[in-house]
Design a binder for this molecule. Structure first.
Ligand SMILES: Cc1cc2nc3c(=O)[nH]c(=O)nc-3n(C[C@H](O)[C@H](O)[C@H](O)COP(=O)(O)OP(=O)(O)OC[C@H]3O[C@@H](n4cnc5c(N)ncnc54)[C@H](O)[C@@H]3O)c2cc1C
Ligand code: FES
Length: 296
């Protein structure tokens, strides 16, 4: 069974991930995955060998001061050369200043990276893992799936899954089929992919939460849910999971300024054992939290 405490750092840890480092990376290539959505490959051998699924980087251009602050992006996957992890892919959707620049970065562009940051998802020691993604919230689940299926190892070799989940499902929701990104990458033996679109142009017509509800009704209730996406969608998933008594981990996409625990721009409300609540920094104590502990 999943150990939810694995997903949070030791509370005594006051600052950023001790393994985090700064590295100058080089853009290798960028390709279109869907409407407004790109896959960006960056070579950065130092960080690539350390990062685990659900962790993230802060990234900004090496040259110039605009934007001054980096932006958080989750690991999509790592890639290897000569059997060694040398870099990683991001999945990005263009929303504002930096993501617009990134969509036009050419091969050879130098980028400043800080990572790996945050706690990431624990290994899924369970029978049926369901990953629920909304929009670009799908990015962490490529590496989660590949690791759980034994197709790739991440980090420094200390993560060893004792038993593979018997069943793994990715429920992936988007506005319409034009925004479904990288579905071919998720084609793996042992992973069922179910799609939902708001307008019914592909898969289930409606919100991605409908797929979870259907699964429960059919008697395929997952043991554990991992979820990432827009806040209202995560709130809805958390409510269903709490009602159904399903352990659920949410990866929050809070706006961040520093990424390493110094500015408190990323805080979220977390329930305390004494019945009260306190703020926790998503960049350090998260981005993955147990849904039942969050005040959403
Ligand atoms: C841990 C983590 C992992 C993430 N992983 C990914 C990823 O893999 N791929 C990806 O495309 N995005 C990811 N994001 C979101 C990404 O960081 C933002 O989209 C990005 O910072 C926007 O930068 P920008 O300069 O393009 O937009 P800005 O010019 O900074 O902002 C444009 C608009 O977007 C809003 N905005 C900025 N950040 C967010 C946010 N986090 N949520 C909602 N609205 C926001 C701003 O308020 C503003 O209205 C992640 C966020 C976090 C915290
Ligand atoms: S982003 Fe600065 S403390 Fe989290």
């Amino acid at each position: 069974m999943i150990n939810p405490s694995q997903c949070n750092h030791d509370d005594s840890m006051p600052g950023a991930n001790p393994f985090a480092m700064q590295e100058e990376g080089t853009v290798v290539e960028i390709s279109t995955m869907a409407e407004n959505t790109y896959r960006l490959r960056v070579k950065a051998p130092g960080i690539a060998g350390k990062i685990t699924p659900g962790q993230f980087f802060m990234i900004r251009p090496s040259e110039g001061y605009d934007p001054l602050l980096g932006r958080p992006l989750a690991l999509f996957d790592v890639y290897e050369e000569d059997g060694r992890k040398v870099g990683f892919d991001f999945g990005i959707v263009v929303v504002g200043k930096l993501t617009s620049l990134m969509a036009n970065w050419a091969a050879g562009t130098k980028v400043e990276l800080w990572g790996p940051l945050g706690n990431g998802f624990p290994l899924p020691e369970c029978k049926h893992l369901m990953m629920i993604a909304g929009g670009i919230g799908q990015t962490p689940f490529l590496a989660v799936s590949r690791e759980a299926l034994g197709l790739c190892s991440y980090g420094n070799g200390e993560r060893n899954l004792k038993t593979k989940p018997e069943k793994m499902t990715l429920c992936y929701g988007a506005r319409n089929k034009k925004y479904l990104a990288g579905l071919d990458l998720f084609k793996m033996d042992g992973l069922d992919v179910e799609v939902a679109t708001d307008d019914g142009s592909e898969g289930h017509h409606g919100f991605v939460t409908g797929l979870l509800e259907k699964s429960i009704i059919k008697g395929n209730k997952p043991d554990v849910v991992y979820c990432c996406g827009p806040e209202p969608m995560m709130k809805a998933v958390a409510k269903i999971c709490l009602d159904e008594n399903i352990p659920c981990l949410l990866s929050l996409e809070t706006t961040m300024a520093c990424g390493f625990g110094a500015c408190f721009s990323c805080v979220t409300k977390v329930k305390e054992d004494d019945g009260g609540w306190d703020y926790r920094r998503t960049c350090v104590e998260g981005p993955v939290f147990e849904a039942e502990k969050l005040i959403l």
